[in-house]
Each structure stands twice: as C-alpha cells, then as structure tokens.
Design a binder for this molecule. Sequence first.
Ligand SMILES: Cc1cc2nc3c(=O)[nH]c(=O)nc-3n(C[C@H](O)[C@H](O)[C@H](O)COP(=O)(O)OP(=O)(O)OC[C@H]3O[C@@H](n4cnc5c(N)ncnc54)[C@H](O)[C@@H]3O)c2cc1C
Length: 400
Amino acid sequence: MVSSNSRRAVVVGAGIGGLTAAVALRRTGWHVEVVERAAALGEVGAAVSIAPNAVKALRAIGLGPAFTAAACALDGLESRTRGGRRITGVDAALLRDRYGAGLYNTHRAALHASLLDALGEDAVRTGCAATGAETIGDRAAVALDGPDGPVRLEADLVVAADGVRSRLRADHFPAHPGPAYAGYTVWRGLVPADAAARIGVPSLMSETWGRGSRFGHAPIGDGRAYWYAFETAPAGAEHEHRAAALVARFADWHHPVPSLIAATPDEALLRGDVYYMDEPLPSFTAGRIAFLGDAAHAVTPDIGQGACLAIEDAVVLAAALAAAPVPDALRAYDAARRPRTQELARQSGRIGRMLMNPNRIAAGLRDASAAVLPASVAMKTIADIYEWTPPPLAPVEAGV
Ligand SMILES: Cc1cc2nc3c(=O)[nH]c(=O)nc-3n(C[C@H](O)[C@H](O)[C@H](O)COP(=O)(O)OP(=O)(O)OC[C@H]3O[C@@H](n4cnc5c(N)ncnc54)[C@H](O)[C@@H]3O)c2cc1C
C-alpha cells in the first residue's frame, strides 16, 4: 500500500461522482478538497435508482448502512405495455442472491446528504468554478473563479467530476465533439406521500413502454413516489410545463400512470433534454487529472447506471491510488474503467433506441420478443452490470 499521509487531491464538482470520490479518497488517507461551481450544495433532480453494483461500492467506503437506511429497498424491476400487461420482471430477492445486494431508489438529495455527512461540508468550497487544470512535473493545479476572485490550488491529483458538460474534458480533449442529444426529453415528478398512498404505488421500478415514449415509477422511501416520462422530441423544443398538459398525453395508459402525473404539483416537475457521450473518450486521464462519472462517460438513462458507474469509478480510483504511485494508479484506473463504462454506454444507447422506437409495428415486435426472451438472455445484460464487485480498499486510517 502507498503511504498517503501527505497526498492531496482537488475534486472538481460536488455531484454524486465527485462527492463519492472525495469520501473514498479520504478513507484511504488523502487530504481532499472539493470545489463546486454552484453557490449552494444540493442535487437537482428527483430520484435515483441505485443498483447492486453501486450498493456494493458504497458499502466498500463504509456508506452502506447510511445509504440503505435512507433509501427504499425495491422488490424488483418490471416492464409493462401501455395497457398494463406485464412483459418482463426480475425479483430483488434473486438479485440479492446472485449479486450480493438489492435494488434501491432514493431521493437524490438523500444520497447527496449521506455523502456530505461522511465527508464534512467544510471539505467543499461552493461558488468556485474551475476554469482550467494542468499538470506540471509531479504536481497538478486547478485554476478557480471563486467568490473573491481567481484562486489556484495545487495538489498531487485533480479529479474532474464536473459532469456531462465538463469544462476540464473540453480543455484536455479538444478533438472530442462533446455531448450528443439522445433524441428524447424527460419529465420527472415527485408525488406527495398522501397522494402516493391513495394511488397505491408498488415497491418496484416499474416501466411502461409506449411508442416513442416511456413511463417509469417507484417509491423513494419517505412515502413519496417518483416517476419519469421519456418522450421523443427535437432538442430544445418548447414544452408546456404543467402536469395537466402532460397527463393528457398519458391519459390512456394503465393505472397508476395518469393518476401519478395528475397528483404532481407543477413545482415538483422537472424537465430536461437527455444528453450523453456518443463518442467515447480516448482516455480517462490526462497527466495527473482523472476524469470520472458523466465527465468521463455520460450514459443515457436507459439502463439507470450513470450515477452507479460514477460511484464505481470513485471507488476504483481510490483503490488504485492506495495501491500504487499516482501515474501507475491512473493508468490502472483508466484500464479498469474505460472498457466497462464505454461498453455499458453503448448498451444503454442501443436499449434506448429500441425502447423509444415510435413505429407501431417495431414497438409491437419489441414487446412480443421481450415477453418470450429466455430468462437467461435477459439476465445476461443484468449480470454484466450487477455482478461487478469493488476492488478491496485499504483500511481506513485513523483521523481521516
Ligand atoms: C432523467 C435521468 C434519470 C437518471 N436516472 C438515473 C438512475 O436512476 N440511476 C443512475 O445511476 N443514474 C441515473 N441518471 C444518471 C445520473 O443522474 C448521472 O450519471 C449522475 O448524476 C452523474 O454524476 P456526476 O457527479 O458525474 O455529474 P453531475 O451530477 O452532473 O455533477 C457535476 C457537478 O460538477 C459541478 N460543476 C460543473 N462544472 C464545474 C466547474 N467548472 N467547476 C466546479 N464545479 C463544476 C456541477 O455544478 C455539478 O454539481 C439519470 C440521468 C437522467 C438525465
């Protein structure tokens, strides 16, 4: 194990990826400072589902109990037709048996809060936008635009966790075209607890497949229910931001789809066009800068893995840095993470194109073939994602 008493890292971005990296690095003895562009800390968005692979990663950095206490343990996954006929399903008990952890859904703010609790808010500087990062010899540096003007921080390592529109990625990979539009927009809503109880929301991640649209829902563990609606649309299209306008479009979908939308206050509704990295990055490192999460491999939300993979990245990076000097560790990190994340990004894009097909015949064939697909084939994709296990992390050092 490499002695890390004096090693110092700056993490750019206090999203799920950046904060998980900060916690993991701290647990292996690094001094870590997180810089965040936003003036206040928090996670925008409604909920996030955390799959067995990421649950195991959170456990590896000591966050298992805090995470599972705040999240909703789901009974499984299922897909349905617009009329409500079940197409496919997987039981969470089977996932726990095979992959050593279950499937959870939680409010993003709850996961963010668990990470911040573990890290300490004083480790994060808000209102600080990174404007550049460089490697000079065996040191790295980040230039920041802070509340009191420009600041430069030096470190042994910079972790670029600055999201899908990463400034640091654009600087270090100028030939990369940047994020691409996935072809659909997504609405996300939170249904208040009393309405969710009245409607009755099963403890499943349940997704209904339409033609050029999809709808998913699940509880988040505090009585409220989360839902999302994907709709094929041109990038940047104007959409009326009212639940009432949306409910009309899903009016003939099975229960509880229209009821969940109708019970959502307009202020609990979010919408955003989906962007991802279609063109894979040639490396997840540049000098002493490690890219992780959406900055490295933003995937479409079709396999629900963007945050999960960011959590995996963070733990793998910390384990590599605990085992080897920084340059070797970054090579090992790149070799471990690029093939897996880029393959899953491809799979996610493929699945998204299939599930969002607006053609009636293609959608019918999709539903029919999914229903008769042998369980072993369906489980292969799931196994590729969920059977991942984190590398061993060095023991927690006293006082870090
Ligand atoms: C509709 C939808 C549903 C999803 N559902 C799931 C799901 O169920 N499960 C799942 O695993 N994933 C899901 N994802 C993906 C997941 O949300 C992302 O992959 C994940 O949040 C990425 O985390 P990150 O930390 O890499 O980036 P981000 O969350 O984008 O964080 C980046 C941070 O960096 C900050 N920042 C940016 N630039 C700078 C700068 N120059 N200087 C300082 N700070 C900066 C930002 O303010 C932000 O706080 C979903 C995505 C979408 C769009």
